[in-house]
Design a binder for this molecule. Structure first.
Ligand SMILES: [Zn+2]
Length: 338
């Protein structure tokens, strides 16, 4: 009798277990039907981190690594406002550098488009030395004007481009010869790049209509020719004087086939004042600029050269003319990635 009771209890117990088991399994497999938003906690944590940033006045940026980066910047000591400015203005290159480096005060540089974080100390030093604007300091340091000329020299990688920048810190390879040199139809003894020929003929024709008569007397020059020229000048003048009027080999625009020295009728190697005036006001319409104009020696590193024209195409020549800046500055401001 006792045994039977026990057996009955056991059966009831097992039966309850079975019901609970079936119930549990059913609930487990149908839970998404009843609680469809039952998501894991991972996203919830991320959302909170972003919300914390937002509460501190940081504008969220739609970028996978933003929360991590913003927190890194906060840890370095950047304020919410500084972080907003960094994301609004700074290039991806600069952001990478900023994330790798200790805190720096960047308030004077946020809106300067050609700013490069790696040069910050040089900008600050040059700005303080010359008491110039921060924008000027950035452009001039980018052109290495805070160093002696020829101290930093980068080899040019795009020598056949019409916009190529050649100056005392950008050198052409010694074996570079333009790939499309052609004779100028009106002056068949002189060669320039094919890109510049028709616009040069148009410049000549437009000038002639206004009684401005000039002709080229030096156009494409090879590296070897420039080398001989420069070394001949050294026999006559000290190096710093020669450097003020002649390019060292590899640093001459004449090697690109895009530069022409022109002279007025009756002149040996110069433009008359009136012809120069016409050139300053009109050559850009045909894609040419006076590359070394008056008052810009400190930037170009050369004395004024009224006779030296450089082809950069109509669009860029027009902008350089409108801005009234040297091509060196223009190239850094508008044609260089920072
Ligand atoms: Zn020249």
């Amino acid at each position: 009798m006792k045994k039977r009771k026990l057996k009955k209890k056991l059966i009831i117990f097992l039966f309850i277990l079975l019901i609970l088991g079936i119930g549990g399994v059913t609930i487990y497999f149908t839970k998404d039907l009843f609680w469809p938003d039952n998501k894991p906690t991972q996203t919830g944590t991320e959302k909170t981190a972003a919300e914390i940033l937002e509460e501190q006045g940081i504008k969220l940026v739609n970028k996978e690594t933003f929360v991590k980066e913003a927190n890194t910047l906060l840890d370095k000591g950047y304020s919410s406002e500084e972080i907003n400015q960094i994301y609004e203005h700074m290039s991806e290159n600069n952001l990478k550098e900023i994330l790798k480096s200790p805190y720096q005060n960047l308030e004077n540089y946020f809106t300067i488009s050609n700013f490069e974080f790696a040069k910050l100390d040089r900008y600050n030093a040059y700005q303080a030395l010359l008491n110039i604007s921060y924008q000027d300091a950035v452009t001039k340091v980018n052109l290495n004007l805070d160093e002696p000329f020829y101290q930093t020299v980068n080899e040019i990688s795009n020598p056949n481009e019409v916009t190529v920048l050649v100056n005392k810190s950008h050198a052409l390879p010694s074996d570079f010869i333009p790939d499309d040199l052609v004779a100028i139809p009106s002056f068949p003894n002189y060669q320039i790049k094919d890109d510049a020929v028709s616009d040069f003929e148009a410049l000549l024709a437009a000038a002639k209509l206004e009684n401005v008569n000039f002709s080229p007397y030096s156009t494409y020059r090879s590296y070897d020719k420039q080398n001989k020229l420069y070394n001949n000048y050294l026999k006559r003048d000290p190096v710093d004087v020669v450097d003020s009027y002649s390019a060292r080999p590899g640093h001459s625009e004449h090697q690109t086939g895009l530069a022409l020295d022109v002279r007025s009728a009756g002149y040996l190697d110069d433009l008359s004042d009136s012809d120069y005036e016409w050139m300053l006001n009109n050559s850009y319409k045909y894609g040419f600029i006076v590359r070394y104009p008056k008052g810009h020696s400190e930037t170009t590193g050369y004395q004024e050269e009224p006779w030296h024209l450089r082809y950069i195409g109509i669009e860029h020549a027009t902008k350089v003319h409108e801005l009234g800046i040297t091509y060196d500055e223009y190239y850094d401001l508008y044609l260089t990635e920072h």
